[in-house]
Design a protein around this ligand. Structure first.
Ligand code: SF4
Ligand code: SF4
Length: 466
């Protein structure tokens, strides 16, 4: 990053602050404003979705559930099994390209507005402000000698943080364990040790992450934070301080004409105080910036008080996006393409999975009619939410028949084992044997959809049998 001749470029890329993250706890001030309102509405909506999704029922069951015990993921009428995880691969590819595309256009907007780390960090900060007072009071409290008041406030804050963490962990776990039983069993302390251990594990992770690690997670641990910055180009819209308008900065009195030679920045430092990652946007683009807009909200408030135009700090791109197709849209196109692949895979996905195995106990046996009989195990997985009926047929040309039940049903989402005996009625083949094995084909048909699964298997018929 370097300062260039173009003043607009200097606005974005001039910085004296690269790779010098602020150490220690950041006490950031609460800020109201347009961008904070947008984030609050958006995060409230996302939180509501996160909490309520596991309570939606479909066909008398939880509609969205990663059932680890049954090794299936239920999403309304869709049931996915480990062998269907190609769908998740496409989903990840689609999400990655979409993220790249959005980052090329709007920088780290994901981090600022929708990342759970930011949402939980701001919720924890909201609790801290309610209990300990303003960011300055909170800082003073931390520095104050031990007292009953200090420990009472600290205890209340940590109890509230822990409760929120526990609630978060329970909501998260309700995507893996049916929500109703999870909450009831947990409250009545009847959950298994494993479930309790996972709930407490996620609660502790949330507490440490949002209460203690905070912005350091984005700074030192999150891989997204680093590679998202690598996607910035001149047309990327980023939070920007307008140096041409703001410098020379300096204090002045309200309701008075702007002093000669002064820019619009009144050097109130509010933009720094509200920044959750503790940077000064006036130093230019810094990789710590999560594009959250809080500094713009703070500065707009100050500008309004001084009767200056808003937007000294605002979302701005160094260069306008050219009309027509640009390299940015390659990522958008790849996202669309992977979405189409995902839908195509979904469209052609089998609603059942059938495997046929030979019975390993005996190669063959002679039945009471003197015919050779082979036994097969048919494993049928019904991937839908409806009961399915299947029919087994075989290649009649070879004089092969199925003994016993040719029709069987499989419950929704169940893997069922069905054992059949296949009999060779064609005794005249004696003497024509050039091999003890012959290939036959078993056809398992889904009666409702006529979906067929043709399975080639070996039929054993030793000379010794005759
Ligand atoms: S909030 Fe605005 S006026 Fe105050 S220091 Fe920041 S840029 Fe300058
Ligand atoms: S500089 Fe502004 S946009 Fe960037 S993280 Fe700080 S407050 Fe948010």
């Amino acid at each position: 990053m370097s300062k260039t001749k173009d003043s607009n470029q200097a606005v974005i890329f001039q910085t004296s602050h690269i790779d010098k993250p602020r150490e220690g706890k950041i006490y950031f001030r609460e800020q109201k404003g347009l961008f904070q309102r947008i984030r609050r509405y958006l995060s409230s909506l996302l939180m509501l979705v996160f909490i309520l999704l596991p309570w939606i029922e479909f066909n008398g069951q939880q509609a969205i559930l990663f059932d680890v015990g049954q090794q299936q993921f239920r999403f309304f009428s869709l049931v996915l099994f480990p062998q269907d995880f190609t769908l998740f691969m496409w989903l990840f590819i689609f999400s990655a390209f979409l993220l790249f595309y959005i980052t090329r256009l709007y920088g780290r907007i994901w981090c600022g507005y929708t990342c759970p780390q930011t949402i939980w960090m701001l919720m924890f900060n909201w609790i801290e402000r309610r209990v300990e007072g303003t960011h300055n009071q909170s800082k003073a409290l931390d520095k104050a000698p031990d007292s009953i008041n200090k420990w009472a406030k600290k205890s209340i804050k940590h109890v509230l943080w822990l409760n929120l963490s526990l609630l978060t962990a329970l909501v998260f776990m309700s995507y893996f364990i049916p929500a109703k039983s999870l909450y009831i069993d947990f409250i009545n302390m009847q959950s298994s040790f494993l479930v309790q251990a996972w709930v407490y594990f996620f609660a502790v992770c949330t507490y440490i992450n949002a209460g203690w690690i905070k912005d350091k997670m984005c700074l030192h641990m999150c891989p997204y934070a680093r590679f998202q910055s690598a996607f910035f180009v001149k047309t990327t819209t980023l939070m920007t301080y307008d140096t041409a308008r703001g410098e020379g900065r300096g204090p002045r009195k309200m309701n008075q004409a702007k002093p000669e030679g002064k820019g619009d920045c009144v050097d109130c430092n509010l933009c720094v105080q509200v920044c959750p990652v503790g940077i000064d946007i006036r130093n230019g683009l810094q990789y710590e910036c999560i594009n959250c807009g809080l500094c713009a909200d703070a500065c707009d408030g100050v500008m309004a008080k001084f009767n200056y135009a808003k937007g000294l700090i605002s979302y701005k791109a160094e260069q306008k996006q050219a009309l027509g197709f640009s390299f940015n849209h390659v990522y958008g196109s790849l996202a669309c393409l992977s979405f189409v692949f995902m839908l195509t895979w979904f469209e052609f996905r089998d609603s059942s999975e059938v495997n046929v195995l030979r019975d390993r106990q005996a190669l063959y046996r002679i039945n009471t009619q003197g015919d050779v009989e082979n036994t097969y195990i048919i494993k049928t997985l019904n991937k839908t939410q409806q009961v399915k009926e299947y029919q087994i047929t075989t290649d009649k040309m070879l004089g092969i028949e199925i003994a016993g039940d040719k029709v069987f049903t499989v419950e929704p989402g169940q893997l069922q084992t069905h054992v059949i005996a296949v009999v060779d009625k064609n005794k005249n083949r004696l003497g024509n044997l050039d091999s003890p094995f012959k290939d036959i084909e078993l056809v398992i048909t889904d009666i409702a959809t006529d979906e067929r699964f043709n399975k080639a298997v070996s039929f054993y018929q030793s000379n010794d049998a005759w």
